[in-house]
Write a new protein. Structure first.
Length: 235
């Protein structure tokens, strides 16, 4: 089994527009499914830009990159081998994590193991295999997903899916154009840094994502560069 590579770009650039927008979109799509967790495990988001809205009396962060962990509630470990007993948590969140783990059924099984019966799983993943570029390679991705592929993986692992929707639909034309351009030009972010965005374009992206968040709170979206999912471990 292959664990995710350490080193989320969000640790060094937590205010990058995409992370700020993702936090708002995740909250709109999945916040109602979080409930009031008392024992929350957040996997792979130790830097925190996407989970600041998700808190509980006991909040444990797990990451393979120690830089984003706090001594008070952080544990350096792989998502494929969580150092917790069975049925330890009533909510597990893993935002843009399982695409880093190979195979994904192993990491979903590990989340299932540490979730108590009736517990909730909240996840996000990158969408569309056609969108695969050098960025995915540098990020340590093993795959991208469709909604169907993600639902099959989650249900095969024993969960009951409660909601699944695409996200980042508002900026999707920009995403598709950027991915197409990567196929015909030399990448300018070979060091793994995030693409530079002008202040004006950032305002447009955040504005579009804000509108999308209001829609996501009410209905699922049929396309977008991410997939968001909420599921339960059956009682």
């Amino acid at each position: 089994m292959t664990a995710q590579r350490p080193g989320s770009a969000s640790i060094e650039q937590p205010d990058y527009w995409w992370y700020r927008a993702r936090s708002e979109l995740l909250r709109a799509a999945l916040g109602a499914h979080a409930g009031q967790p008392t024992r929350l495990l957040d996997v792979g988001s130790a830097d925190g830009p996407s989970v600041s809205w998700l808190r509980g009396p006991m909040h444990v962060a797990v990451d393979v990159d120690i830089r984003g962990l706090r001594p008070s509630d952080g544990v350096c470990a792989s998502a494929l081998s969580l150092p917790f007993a069975d049925d330890s948590f009533d909510l597990v969140s893993a935002f843009d994590v399982i695409e880093h783990c190979d195979p994904d059924d192993a990491v979903l099984a590990e989340f299932y193991r540490v979730l108590q019966p009736g517990g909730r799983l909240l996840i996000s993943v990158p969408a569309y295999e056609w969108a695969w570029t050098d960025h995915d390679v540098r990020a340590g991705h093993h795959r991208r997903y469709t909604r169907g592929r993600l639902v099959r993986a989650v249900t095969d692992a024993g969960y009951s899916v409660r909601r699944v929707s695409h996200g980042f639909a508002g900026v999707f034309p920009f995403f598709a154009a950027e991915r197409a351009s990567r196929r015909v030009r030399r990448p300018t972010t070979a060091d793994g840094s995030l693409p530079a965005v002008s202040p004006g374009l950032e305002r447009i992206f955040l504005g579009l994502s804000g509108v999308e968040a209001r829609v996501l709170a009410r209905r699922d979206l049929p396309f977008g560069s991410s997939v968001f999912l909420a599921a339960d471990k059956p009682v």
